[in-house]
Design a protein. Structure first.
Length: 200
């Protein structure tokens, strides 16, 4: 009888511990404060980010006249010396010349790119999602860095709106740093607002 009672107590304590951990994690996520705004009116995108992160506007164009011209919009980084290699990069691609503009088609091409080549990566998670009503796709993968022993962990989020593909690349040097900032990055991605019809 005593052993049965002890088992019930242990089970109850384990359940309470799990609930407390879940509540703590939820509170940490809810605590993410995005109080700064980045807007690119030409490309039609707005992103919220925390005030303790550093924003660098790039506005660099590549591949003009090609199949998919790219505008590198901005970099966002934690204002932390030890995490200086952790970045969130926002890009805008003109995909008006693509024969397949579906989110699945775009994701399949990028999966193939990730998994091929001398420094092929390994996909940990891939799923279709939505961002404020727009079709989106998220891929989490690891990739070895050339001429280095480092293996970086990356999350690429693709969002399609009309003839534009917006890509958010979250790059970190290890799992620990990825886990440290993923809730912030998820909040940033979910804050994105797109002005349909814009093209850059």
């Amino acid at each position: 009888m005593k052993s049965k009672f002890a088992a019930i107590v242990r089970a109850t304590l384990l359940l309470m511990s799990a609930i407390m951990m879940t509540t703590t994690a939820a509170a940490q996520t809810a605590a993410v404060l995005l109080d700064q705004t980045y807007t690119n009116t030409q490309c039609g995108i707005t992103i919220m980010y925390p005030s303790d992160w550093v924003k660098e506007e790039l506005n660099q164009k590549f591949g003009e006249g090609g199949l998919a011209p790219l505008t590198s919009l901005a970099n966002f980084e934690p204002n932390s010396p030890e995490d200086y290699k952790s970045t969130v990069k926002a890009e805008a691609w003109d995909i008006s010349k693509y024969s397949d503009k579906s989110i699945e088609g775009i994701a399949d091409v990028d999966k193939e790119t990730i998994l091929s080549g001398e420094y092929a990566g390994s996909i940990e998670q891939a799923e279709r999602t939505t961002v404020n009503g727009h079709h989106a796709y998220s891929i989490v993968y690891t990739q070895p860095i050339p001429d280095s022993e480092e293996i970086w962990k990356i999350m690429a989020t693709y969002i399609v709106s009309g003839d534009m593909q917006y890509t958010i690349l979250f790059t970190t040097t290890d799992n620990e740093t990825f886990d440290k900032y993923i809730s912030v990055v998820d909040s940033m991605v979910n804050s994105i607002k797109l002005d349909e019809g814009k093209k850059c």
